[in-house]
Structure formats: structure tokens, C-alpha cells
Design a protein around this ligand. Sequence first.
Ligand code: AR6
Length: 174
Amino acid sequence: MAKIEVVTGDITTRKVDAIVNAANSTMLGGGGVDGAIHRAAGKELYEECLKVPEGPGGRCAAGQCVVTGAGRLPCKKVIHTVGPVYTDGANNAKILENCYRNCLAAAEREGLASIAFPNISTGIYGYPLREAAEVAIRAVRETLPKTPSVKHVMFVCFNRENYQIYQDLLNNGE
Ligand code: AR6
């Protein structure tokens, strides 16, 4: 079984096979972790994103993902996904779950062994932290048996609150 780990810090410094970007459907950058990734990766990443064809949901629809190179980042690939904008009563959990599932499936297709996730949707998109962590952990645990190339999953938390929530859920069960 793959190792699931929670760490704090800046995801752009992680030397893993892939980091996941909490992007928007334009894939052309924004604030939060998306802004940090594009700043650290440089214009090569932006230019690669620009070449991704636009569909009805933009370059990447909510819950889906697109794999690119990593520009100047120390990882090999960036997997861009688009989380749900949190709204009461909508299909938030299903979309968020699909983000984690589809990123792991993409890592498997690319033959990648390690992947680092940010806390998708919990910043600008307003998803409540604990609910989002429960969805993330459940989706990853359920998907890993189907993605044997992925040996190491890292949840990279940018603040202590998220780190504590993930520690509690991973150590004490859900
Ligand atoms: N490393 C790791 N995590 C980070 C970093 C970093 N360098 N910077 C922020 N976070 P957000 P969203 C955390 O807002 O809610 C963008 O404009 C942050 O503390 O980045 O999915 C996109 O273009 C939070 O826990 O993403 C979209 O328009 C988590 O990353 C929109 O924001 C996600 O927060 C996406 O919103």
C-alpha cells in the first residue's frame, strides 16, 4: 500500500514526480497556490498551458485534470485540476472527490510514483477545511488500490489548521 503523508509548507519546493495545482478553468494562473506555482515555474509553464485546447468547460473543467511539464520547478510534472467553488447544497463533494481521483489516475497513466496535493478549493474557492479534508482522504484511500504506480501521496498544507485536521483524520480515522 502506498504511503500517505501530511506535511506543511510551500508545494512549489517539493521534489516529487508531480505536484497538483488548484487551478481555474482558464489554466492561465491566478492567486493562491496557482499563482505561486506559475511564479516559481516561469513562463514555460504558462506557454504550455496556453496551448491546451479549450473545451466547453474551458481548458480544464471542474473535477477534471490536465498534465503539463513543470518549467523551472523541481518536480517533473504539474497536474492541473479545478476544484468546486463552494456553494450551499451544490454538488461540491462529488466534484472535489473527482479532482483527487482524476489526478491519481493521471499519475498512474504517466507512470509517476510520487504526487503532492495542495488543499484544493479550501482557499479562494471557500470549501470548509474539515469537510474538504474528509473528501480528500477518502478519495485518495479509495483510489490508491487502482493506481499501483503511485507509491507516495503527500498532502501539503499551507497552514497549521489544515495540517492539524489532516493529522487528526489520518491518525484517528474518519
Ligand atoms: N503551497 C501549498 N499550498 C498553498 C500555497 C503554496 N504555495 N499557496 C496557497 N496554498 P487556493 P482554491 C493553499 O486559494 O481554493 C486561484 O486564483 C491555501 O492556503 O490556492 O482551489 C485559482 O486560479 C489553501 O489551503 O485554491 C482559482 O481561481 C489551498 O492552497 C482559485 O484560486 C487552496 O487555496 C482556486 O481556489
